[in-house]
Design a protein around this ligand. Structure first.
Ligand SMILES: *Cc1c(COP(=O)(O)O)cnc(C)c1O
Length: 447
C-alpha cells in the first residue's frame, strides 16, 4: 500500500536534541502536577530521562517544543494507528465541533459508531460508550458480578486493565491465591476479591476454579498482553479460558483496549477465532479522543440501567466529537482493511526484526515478541511467556537503549514493559532510519 499522499516527505535531518524548552516546561509542570504529569509513565522515570514536551505531530513524526523530531513508535499509547493529524479524522472533529462540543442528549453518531464496532466484534451485541478504558473494564466487572451474583475476579500478572481499585492487583510471587494491593489506597478487602494468576497457565485457572467453586464472577485478560511488554497467548490458551469459564458459569471478559483494531480489525478475538461474554475497547476506537467501550452478550448488557439494576453513567459518554473521531477512524480501517493490516504486518516485521538483527550483530541478547503491529524487544536471552519471565529483562540496558534512540530521533515507549506500536504512516524511510539508529544505540548499551 502506498502511503497516502498527504504525508509530507520527511527530511531525515540530524537531531540537535537541545531540550531547554522541554526542561523549563517540566519544571513548571512539576509545580502543578505530581511528577509534572497527568499519567505516571509520561514522566520517563523507568528510563531515567527527561521527557520532551510535544508541540505537534503529523503522520509518523512528533515534533517537540525545542524543534527536535522523532519517529513515533508509541502512537499516544495506541490510538494513532492512522498517524497523527490524519486529515479525515481532523475534518470530522472540526465538523462536529461546529455543531457544539456536547449536548448530554442522544445523537445519531452514537449508533453510527456502535454499528461499526459491532461489525468488527461479533461478540458485541450491545454496548455502552464511556470515556476511558479504565471506565470500560470497571463497568464490565460490575456487570459480571451482577450477572453471576459472585464476587471473585481472576486477572493475570502483568495485565493492566486501567486503574480501578479491584484491578490494580498483581499478586507477588509469594502470594499464590489471595490478591495483595498493587497500589496504596486499595483496601485489602477489595484486593482480596481479585486473584492474580500467571498468564499462559491454564492449570492455574483450573486450580482457582477448583478452590473457589461458584465464587468466581469473571476472568479478565489482555488477549495479547501489551502492558508487561508484548506477550502472545500460547496456542489454545484463549480457547481454554473460554471453555473453562463457560463450564463454570463465569464470564470471560476480553480486554481489547490495546489490541482491538490493532492486531486485526476484530482484535485478538478475530485472530484466534474465540468468543467472549464481554469485551472492552478503548484507544483506537476513539481515534485519539477519549472513548472506551464495554459490550457483549445482550443478556448481560440488558442488566444495565435503565433496563436493569446495574448502574453506570457518564456526563460525556458518547460525546459527539469523540464519536466523530471514532467513526472517521473505524470507517477508514474498515474500508482499507485488506491493505492496511497486511501493510502493518510487513512494516512492523521489518522494523522489529531489523532492530533485533542489529542487536544480534552487536552481541546483545534480545527476545522479540510481536503480534502484528505491536511488539517488544525484551533485553533477555530467554523466551518471555509471562510476567515473571518479562521481569528478568535487563532494564538498565533497556534504559540506555531508550535514551540513545530518543537522542537519535526515535521515540520508543519509555519502559521495558510496554509494547511498541506502528501505524500506516510509517514507511520504508522511517524503518531504515530506525534500524540505522538502533545499530548505533546498541553500542551505547554495551558501554
Ligand atoms: C490502556 C489500557 C487500559 C486503560 O485505558 P485508559 O483509557 O488508559 O483508562 C485498559 N486495558 C488495557 C489493555 C489497556 O491497554
Amino acid at each position: 500500500m502506498q502511503r497516502p499522499a498527504f504525508y509530507t516527505e520527511s527530511t531525515m535531518s540530524s537531531q540537535t536534541q537541545i531540550r531547554t524548552r522541554s526542561q523549563a516546561l517540566q519544571q513548571r509542570a512539576e509545580r502543578y502536577f505530581p511528577g509534572g504529569v497527568n499519567s505516571p509513565v509520561r514522566a520517563f522515570r523507568a528510563v531515567g530521562g527527561a521527557p520532551p514536551f510535544i508541540e505537534s505531530a503529523a503522520g509518523a513524526w512528533l515534533t517537540d517544543v525545542d524543534g527536535n523530531r522523532y519517529i513515533d513508535y508509541f502512537g499516544s499509547w495506541g490510538p494513532m494507528i492512522l498517524g497523527h493529524a490524519f486529515p479525515p479524522v481532523v475534518e470530522a472533529i472540526e465538523r462536529a465541533a461546529r455543531n457544539s462540543a456536547s449536548f448530554g442528549a442522544s445523537t445519531a453518531a452514537e449508533a453510527d459508531l456502535a454499528e461499526r464496532v459491532v461489525a468488527c466484534f461479533p461478540a458485541i451485541q450491545k454496548l455502552r460508550f464511556v470515556s476511558s478504558g479504565t471506565e470500560a473494564t470497571m463497568s464490565a466487572i460490575r456487570l459480571a458480578r451482577a450477572a453471576t451474583g459472585r464476587k471473585i475476579i481472576i486477572k493475570f500478572e502483568g495485565c493492566y486493565h486501567g486503574h480501578a481499585d479491584g484491578l490494580l492487583v498483581k499478586a507477588g510471587s509469594g502470594v499464590a491465591t489471595f490478591g495483595i494491593p498493587g497500589s496504596a489506597g486499595v483496601p485489602e478487602e477489595v484486593a482480596h476479591l481479585t486473584h492474580a494468576l500467571p498468564y499462559n497457565d491454564i492449570a492455574a485457572v483450573e486450580a482457582a476454579f477448583d478452590a473457589h467453586p461458584d465464587e468466581i464472577a469473571a476472568v479478565i485478560l489482555e488477549p495479547v498482553v501489551g502492558n508487561a511488554g508484548c506477550i502472545p497467548p500460547a496456542p489454545g490458551y484463549l480457547a481454554g479460558l473460554r471453555a473453562i469459564t463457560a463450564r463454570e458459569g463465569a464470564l470471560l471478559i476480553v480486554d481489547e483496549v490495546m489490541t482491538g483494531f490493532r492486531v486485526a480489525l476484530g482484535g485478538a478475538l478475530e485472530l484466534h477465532g474465540v468468543d467472549a461474554d464481554l469485551v472492552t475497547l478503548g484507544k483506537i476506537v476513539g481515534g485519539g479522543l477519549p472513548v472506551g467501550v464495554f459490550g457483549g452478550k445482550r443478556v448481560f448488557m440488558d442488566l444495565l440501567a435503565p433496563l436493569g439494576p446495574v448502574y453506570q453513567a457518564g456526563t460525556l459518554s458518547g460525546n459527539p466529537l469523540a464519536m466523530a473521531a471514532g467513526i472517521a477512524t473505524l470507517s477508514y480501517l474498515q474500508e482499507h482493511e485488506g491493505e492496511i493490516y497486511p501493510k502493518l504486518e510487513a512494516t512492523s516485521r521489518a522494523v522489529a526484526e531489523g532492530v533485533a538483527a542489529e542487536a544480534a550483530s552487536a552481541g546483545i541478547p534480545l527476545t522479540l515478541n510481536r503480534v502484528g503491529a505491536m511488539w517488544t524487544w525484551f533485553f533477555t536471552p530467554d523466551p518471555v511467556t509471562n510476567y515473571d519471565e518479562a521481569a528478568k529483562s535487563d532494564t538498565v540496558a533497556f534504559g540506555r537503549f531508550h535514551n540513545a534512540m530518543l537522542n537519535a530521533g526515535i521515540w520508543l515507549p519509555p519502559s521495558q514493559f510496554e509494547a511498541a506500536f506502528i501505524g500506516i504512516a510509517h514507511g520504508e524511510e522511517e524503518i531504515a532510519a530506525t534500524i540505522a539508529a538502533a545499530r548505533e544505540a546498541f553500542k551505547a548499551v554495551l558501554v
